[in-house]
Write a protein that binds this ligand. Structure first.
Ligand code: CFM
Ligand code: HCA
Length: 536
């Protein structure tokens, strides 16, 4: 991998090569290695990243069903964020009248005149119209790039409309696309506003005995449904999932839980930390991608509650569910064992799915995130050493204190320390590097050129990424599994999900179709893709 890294860098101008070198790390577990991340993408090198608005509106708030997510901006921003993430939701949970606005596309549809003369009046009208038609419990207003550029104050408008309605929570997000360097800034902004305006508003106490929140699970392909099924079997009550299959009441009551489980650390660690400080709810990192990972995460919940009844029930569930997962993994092994995978996805799946592939005997030779921070690679131990640059300073850092009434530490310091001695790690994430083999290659914010060269070098049996990469990679003869949308399959989380994944990957590896295909430019007799000719 060091040689291919040098080859890749050699094609860049020296300054760019120096910068990219810091984002490409050949894993050596015997030492600490810095993985440069959360820095600006070099203009023109074409990477996978999206924008701040996508992270805020699309990712974090997108899956909630009964908040009207109103986009203040030109129609394209709303249109392209409309149902593209395949979040599923179950409005039936709230009875026959359960609200579900997910399938609507709400936008102020800003025109040139609004950009020139200001769009606040139009925004007010749009909020009023949404309220009049739907009488929703909440309306979130999302700022697109022009809103920040012309200075429309979405927060003032939201406050005014909230006061006017009295029975509808209206709040704004300054999540202009250009804020920060990627979707990640949008996560942070979404976390902040949910914390300020929603979490803790409804103090109705839960009835269940083991009350948790699942943070950072977005119900792609129905993952949250499968996890809810497992939690129910275990007798664990999920107050709120942030934000798969979620509703605003769940968010408002989430501070009544006794434990926060963090699935996607990148997108939601802020809420976990703020809830701990304000309400005294501890959190730990879980992973429900993979049969063993699911069993391990469930056992950790049992350890946390230290309740023999719960522990026994969790063991019963694992005994009932895990053997068929193991059998399913065995069944595909003849096709999957020894095969190579590469994955370049988001800010958590490139880590979680390595474990699932390992259950099938597959090795991840190279992986990376699109918009992670150093802690997602190197573990939270590096948090104090991360440099705060101008782009990060752009994102508000809330100062949180213990709530004078609602702060209630769920475990004493001594209890937490005892649990830690027994292996439960609170407020901790060790990062992707920790689970990768020596000599595997980490690449942050990978570019198209880098991905092409790495495919040539590793000749992986499967490449995991998103829709923008899919057809380019398949034209190179390599099957591509979308780990964002699951190629419209799934669920892949939990026990049932693992089985679905094994079968889907086995099918992809069993077909030779991609190797038989010739990209159109190769069909014409030219030996190399013309667009890349100068690089080969
Ligand atoms: Fe977290 Fe996500 Fe992901 Fe993410 Fe995303 Fe996503 Fe993803 Mo696409 S919150 S970091 S910003 S797990 S949308 S549900 S699939 S890139 S790896
Ligand atoms: C986003 C959303 C995305 C894109 C997926 C893809 C998702 O980053 O804005 O590129 O295929 O999961 O829908 O990550």
């Amino acid at each position: 991998p060091s040689i291919i890294k040098e080859e890749i860098l050699a094609k860049y101008p020296p300054k760019i090569a120096r910068k990219r070198a810091k984002s490409m790390v050949v894993v050596d577990k015997s030492m600490d290695q810095e993985v440069q991340s959360n820095v600006r993408t070099i203009p023109g090198i074409i990477t996978q990243r999206g924008c701040c608005y996508a992270g805020c509106k699309g990712v974090v708030l997108g899956p909630t069903r009964d908040i009207i997510n109103l986009v203040h901006g030109p129609i394209g921003c709303s249109f392209y964020a409309w149902l593209t993430r395949r979040n599923q939701t179950d409005p039936g949970e709230a009875g026959p009248d359960g609200e579900n606005f997910i399938n609507y596309c709400f936008s102020t549809d800003m025109q040139d005149s609004n950009i020139v003369f200001g769009g606040e009046k139009k925004l007010k009208q749009a909020i009023q119209e949404a309220y009049d038609i739907f009488k929703p419990k909440a309306i979130g207003v999302f700022s697109t790039c022009p809103v920040g550029l012309i200075g429309d104050d979405v927060h003032a408008v939201s406050r005014e409309m909230k006061e006017k309605f009295g029975d509808c929570n209206v709040f704004g997000f300054s999540c202009e696309g250009y804020k920060g360097v990627s979707q990640s800034a949008g996560h942070h902004i979404a976390n902040n506003q949910l914390f300020k305006h929603v979490i803790g508003r409804d103090n109705t106490q839960p009835e269940g005995k083991y009350n948790i929140n699942l943070l950072g699970e977005y119900n792609i392909g129905g993952d949250a449904f499968e996890l809810d099924r497992i939690f129910e079997l275990c007798g664990i009550n999920v107050i709120s999932t942030f934000s798969g299959n979620s509703n605003v009441t769940g968010f408002e009551r989430s501070h009544t839980a006794d434990l926060n489980l963090v699935m996607c650390h990148r997108s939601i660690n802020y809420v976990a930390e703020m809830m701990e400080t304000k309400y005294g709810i501890p959190w730990f990192k879980v992973n429900f991608i993979g049969g063993d990972a699911t069993a391990k995460s469930l056992r950790r919940i049992g350890e946390y509650y230290e309740d023999p009844e719960l522990i026994a029930r969790i063991e019963e569930v694992i005994t009932a569910e895990l053997p068929s997962v193991k059998q399913a993994a065995k069944d595909v092994l003849k096709t999957t064992d020894g095969k190579l995978a590469m994955m370049f996805v988001g800010g958590s799946r490139a880590h979680h799915y390595q474990e699932l592939f390992a259950e099938m005997g597959m090795t991840t030779v190279s992986a990376g995130y699109e918009f992670a921070h150093r802690d997602d690679y190197e573990g939270r131990k590096v948090l104090p050493t991360i440099k705060v640059d101008a782009d990060s300073r752009n994102i508000e850092e809330l100062k949180i204190e213990a709530d004078p009434e609602l702060y209630n530490p769920r475990k004493t310091k001594v209890e937490l320390e005892d649990l830690e001695k027994n292996g439960l790690e609170f407020s901790e994430y060790k990062g992707m590097k920790n689970d990768m083999a020596d000599q595997s290659l980490i690449v942050d914010d990978i570019s198209h050129w880098e991905a092409d060269k790495l495919i040539e070098y590793y000749k992986p049996d499967i490449f995991c990424a998103g829709i923008k990469e899919k057809y380019v990679v398949q034209k190179m003869g390599i099957p591509l599994k979308q780990l964002h949308s699951y190629d419209y399959g799934g669920p892949y989380a939990g026990f049932e999900g693992a089985k679905n994944f094994y079968t889907d990957i086995e099918r992809m590896l069993s077909t030779s179709i991609w190797k038989k295909l010739k990209a159109p430019w190769l069909e014409t007799g030219a030996s190399d893709p013309c667009i890349c000719a100068e690089y080969v």
